[in-house]
Design a protein around this ligand. Structure first.
Ligand SMILES: [Zn+2]
Length: 126
């Protein structure tokens, strides 16, 4: 079993949210839209075994559906036809969800890595 990291949870979460390696803050954490790198290209820390599972979609739904969607009711779009307003809001929320989802996944990978939570499986145990 690995030793706990000296990187604080806040630092690891911030680095991961910015798409950087939570360990060194230099290398990239994601290699695709939702795929994390196997190992950091700078420090070699392993991230390939970390599984964020449903946490990222859950956070995305919470943010988009429960925070941003109600805020849309505060915006007056009475001057638009209803179909146009519905199409505009659908496009806005789809874009927002697509923007939040990979960042949420990176955030949870950083948190799982820092806390050595059950989603984190050291290479030697796999
Ligand atoms: Zn690194």
């Amino acid at each position: 079993m690995r030793e706990p990291t000296e990187i604080s949870l806040k630092t690891a979460a911030r680095r991961a949210l910015l798409g950087r390696c939570p360990c060194c803050g230099q290398g990239k954490l994601m290699r695709g839209y939702l795929k994390q790198v196997e190992n950091c290209s700078v420090c070699g820390e392993s991230f390939g075994q970390i599984r964020a599972d449903d946490a990222a979609p859950w956070l995305t739904i919470i943010l988009v559906g429960h925070i941003f969607l109600p805020l849309a009711f505060l915006v007056n779009v009475d001057w638009m036809p209803t179909w146009a307003a519905m199409a505009m809001w659908a496009a806005c929320f789809a874009a927002l969800a697509l923007a939040i989802l990979p960042r949420a996944k990176a955030l949870f990978i950083g948190i799982l890595w820092q806390t050595r939570a059950p989603g984190y499986k050291p290479v030697e145990l796999v």
